[in-house]
Design a protein around this ligand. Structure first.
Ligand SMILES: C[S@@+](CC[C@H](N)C(=O)[O-])C[C@H]1O[C@@H](n2cnc3c(N)ncnc32)[C@H](O)[C@@H]1O
Length: 281
């Protein structure tokens, strides 16, 4: 084994002891980042190239700083996004939510589908939709100025139209015209704060995570905003916590005007997002 791979193995043990959920992956990612190579080519790094920057990065991860804050980047579907303190790190489970939306948009008989991403954070969802549905027109809304700065950088050169402001009152000029509203909003119950992983609790912005005692304050109002924005027959897609697979479809079923409310699971088979259609058309 070359020296670097031996160091990676040692770092893996340290990260595992610190409770990092994916210690080998993270140790390899940090080594690859420090050496400017892809994870799969780590074995090609010469022993002499190894330096203290790797152990500095490992120490930060050991203290449960998110991997993506250390590297400054997050991978999301086919995108590499800039992230760091002040913006929510996009999660793999959200990729499945976006996948549903992309499939639905491709299946729609609409030449240039109009899409709104509410609570865009780094811009991950909006940018993925714009990239993978080439004729889509995508608007994205974010209230937190710190997050909005990341979204602005990530969206530079893309077709996504960014709006700074409150998602719940946003874009009245689009009322009744939108084909699909998508959102990964704050949804963690305040009472579950102590159970949140340190990477999120100590490093994601507070307003990205929590939404009232049961976590559903935002989604209850979001259902009204989505209804206002959508055209008849338009679709809403909302991510939620794995404990909310009963409650969120119920919110849509309880409100007049929605049909086909359904809940869906993520790749780990946990309830993850709700979809519904505005009646008509
Ligand atoms: C869970 S994060 C999701 C970010 C991004 N969509 C993603 O999936 O990576 C929720 C985002 O909602 C934003 N947010 C919270 N309340 C908001 C509001 N009233 N209007 C707009 N954005 C809001 C937060 O600042 C945060 O960026």
């Amino acid at each position: 084994m070359n020296l670097l791979l031996a160091e990676v193995a040692q770092a893996t043990l340290r990260l595992a002891d610190a409770g990092v959920p994916s210690p080998r992956f993270d140790a390899e990612e940090l080594a690859a980042f420090v050496h400017g190579v892809k994870r799969g080519t780590l074995h090609t790094v010469a022993d002499g190239d190894f330096d203290a920057r790797f152990w500095e990065a490992v120490a930060r991860r050991e203290a449960r700083e998110p991997l993506q804050h250390i590297t400054g980047r997050a991978f999301f579907r086919y995108l590499e996004l800039q992230v760091g303190p002040g913006v929510f790190v996009p999660r793999p489970e959200t990729e499945v939510v976006v996948g549903w939306a992309i499939d639905a948009l491709r299946a729609m008989d609409v030449a240039e589908p109009l899409v709104v991403d509410l609570c865009t954070g780094s811009g991950a969802i909006a940018l993925a939709v714009a990239q993978e549905v080439p004729r889509s027109v995508v608007h994205a809304v974010e209230l937190d100025p710190g997050a909005f700065r990341y979204a602005t950088r990530n969206a530079s050169g893309s077709r996504v139209v960014l709006h700074a402001g409150d998602a719940l009152t946003a874009l009245p000029e689009l009322d009744g015209t939108v084909d699909l509203v998508i959102s990964n909003p704050p949804y963690i119950p305040l009472e579950e704060r102590d159970e949140v992983a340190p990477e999120a609790r100590d490093h994601d912005p507070e307003m990205a995570l929590f939404s009232g005692p049961d976590g559903l304050d935002f989604i209850r109002v979001l259902s009204k905003t989505a209804y206002r924005l959508l055209r008849p027959g338009g679709l809403v897609v909302v991510e939620h916590a794995d404990t909310q697979g009963g409650a969120v479809p119920w919110i849509f079923n309880e409100e007049a005007g929605w049909v086909d409310a359904a809940d869906h699971r993520d790749l780990t088979n946990r309830p993850r997002y709700t979809t519904a259609r505005k009646e008509g058309a």
